[in-house]
Design a protein around this ligand. Sequence first.
Ligand SMILES: [Zn+2]
Length: 408
Amino acid sequence: MRRQAVKVRLYPTEEQVQILAQHFGCARWFWNYGLNKCIETYKATGKGLSQSGLNSLLPALKKDKDTEWLGECYSQVLQSVSLNLSRAYQNFFEGRAKYPRFKSKHHRQSIQYPQKIKQVDECLKFPGKLGVVKAKLHRPLDGTIKTVTVSKCPSGKYYASVLMEYEGDYPASKSEGNVVGIDLGIKDFAITYDGEKVSKYPNPKHLAKYEKKLAKKQRTAARKVKGSNRRRKANKIVARVYEQVSNVRQDYLHKLSRKIVDNNQVVVVENLNVKGMVRNHKLAHAISDTGWGTFVNFLSYKLERSGGTLIEINRWFPSSKLCSNCHYQISELPLDVRSWTCPSCGTHHDRDGNAAINIRAEGIRMLSSSGTGEANANGEEVRPIRGRKPKMRHSSVKLEAHTQSVLR
Ligand SMILES: [Zn+2]
């Protein structure tokens, strides 16, 4: 079974905007109420509440005079809250996520419909009071529609994220074919090496322009009196520009990852602990701007669909400091040094190009040394990306002469 999510813009009528506001409010209230209950239960027993435990709170709440308005909400929307909250707790306990947080009415609002959504012409038909909502569909929803998440951004736009299922599986993951190493740079966004040439991909051109605009609007908003109408309006403008920035960035990341996956079957990236690096303030701006995590995520799912392989190499691998020609490792290479000459073999290296060559070689080494695909030569676990284990079933990558000389 293959799954795919598609995001579409929704255009609710005035009446539907009211219904959605009511549903967002109910779902948010129940999430916060359930989270409180989970915290109490956790203090008492060391465990959170299960999905059914949370669901069992609902009938009494709907009868209670103070909370009977919950009955206005489509019941499966509230049950989805139970599911998502119990999952959030489980992810926390299993170390995959932070502790679940309370939801605020000032942030993005969302509700989930677990089933019974249909496409009707250019609209989505929801169960319950919401009914048929106009949507902007770029192509027909051709899979079986499973869950649909409806959200409202702080800028006031509505979206539906439609999860669909398709018959059949993705092509089996292969680890043969073209191998590309990608160094995620600071000056350029990405530097690739495909075994023949180094290519550099700069950050999207108009991104800087939008970011300037964003900073300006943020300053304007900060000058308005807190809680005032003007502040609220200014914040809405900030939210809109922020969306423009993130759209430009996402669009670029989608195109670049598509290009890379179309031309290569194995993609090697460094496992960058982005969160850890953002804490390092010098790099903070550059990194949070470029969206590395998102990019690797895009690569990961596109490769999964095309039957390719993503290899994440250890983040302590000295990709920049290693001479890709003779394997000599220099001890220091400050971030502002863009090129260097190997003291051992005399090769002159462009910093990023050299790193991409090394990353590719290290990926190939891991592939060849892990016939079973779970651990690399040092016996280290290959770190899964977003909970997904890199699939490395086979190691029939053809090593070119150049690469072999690097690997030795
Ligand atoms: Zn050298």
